[in-house]
Design a protein around this ligand. Sequence first.
Ligand code: AMP
Length: 421
Amino acid sequence: MAKKYTLPRGTYDIVPEDEYKWQYIIEKFRSVAKRFDYYGIATPIFEKVEVFERSVGDESDIVQKEMYTFVDRKNRKFALRPEGTAPVVRAYVENGMNVSRQVSKLFYYGPMFRYDRPQRGRYRQFYQFGIEYIGSDHPYADAEVIAFGSLFFKELGLQNVRLEINSIGCKDCGSEYDKALIEYFKPYYQQLCSDCKKRMEKNPKRLLDCKNPTCKNLAQSAPAMLDYLDEKCENHFLKVQEYLNQMDIPFEVNARIVRGLDYYNKTAFEFIYDKLGAQNAIAGGGRYDGLVKEFGGNDTPGIGFAGGFERLILTMEEQGCSFGKLSKIDIYCVSLGESANLEISGIIMQLRKAGFIVAYDPDKTSMKAQMKAADKSDASFALILGENELKNKSVILRELKSGQQSETNQNKLIEYLTEQI
Ligand code: AMP
């Protein structure tokens, strides 16, 4: 039979066989967040389009080409969020978090949307986890954000994830560097792709981020930002490295990391797993000291990172990491005969109220079919209610592994099972 409806391109269903993997990662993420003193925040999936245009940047690929925008019934323009930092900073300012406390350390996770060409590790609806450390410009904050990612990946059991860091300077030294880049690329102007021609004017650093082979090749010999850092930015970058060393977090300096969004300054970093191929960044982040002000808050520095669930899961699967287990069924209930079929519903409800994980299939009527399903379910016990037990106000409990069976009074059932399970 032909399928009547199919998924939008670049999206996917998270089926039960995979959903527990997501829960496992979320639990680990929350556990690391707790230890790092971060608190959860959730923002809407759509925002006014300006939230992204003004922060991520009018000229960025995300805003120019990748945003899902729509007009609502009153002609207001919205965007499905392509990333999490701008909404979190909007929420930080809107909820007066800068007033209530000096520093806000926030974590979030949820779906993001970008219109891009789908491929392995790249989707149109994808899921990110992320953190934001808002209110400190101390290099320790940079190192702590990086340390969070590093410990999170370690606790998930990942190996061979490389950390690359860079500094893209501040407004002052960044503009000196922009001039140097323009000088360097000018003679090659005609060879650049049409996007990079625009980038020359608007944001030359992003020339270094281009995927076009010619531009990429030219970028190889371009001047490096690190040679242009002013004293303040250089000291900051060196301090971040000292902290990382102190925390025992290995890293490589990669002068080519520029990050695609306009709001970044100073530290930029990525966690890379090479075997993922073209989309090999599991997570990336950086400092955004001007962003809170851009949203109408006080001049407040910040730094954060975001990572993708899909690439994380791909890597974990490839490396054979554990995802914990699907929760195991405690009791599989079996009933025989019309009266027992009714009576068992009350017993099932009591068991569930008492906290047991209980399975039952009302559509299977024969003993054989029900016991087969019980065995397959890998439950600890089968609970059997037939005509005899109904009369005796008892049930039969069969331990599925050993096959041992005993009759238990219904009054004593919860007490007995609590001891056994
Ligand atoms: P970015 O916000 O582009 O720095 O992305 C941060 C992380 O989100 C990346 O390192 C990826 O793990 C993930 N990510 C970004 N875009 C996508 C996408 N289209 N599909 C899947 N994961 C993505």
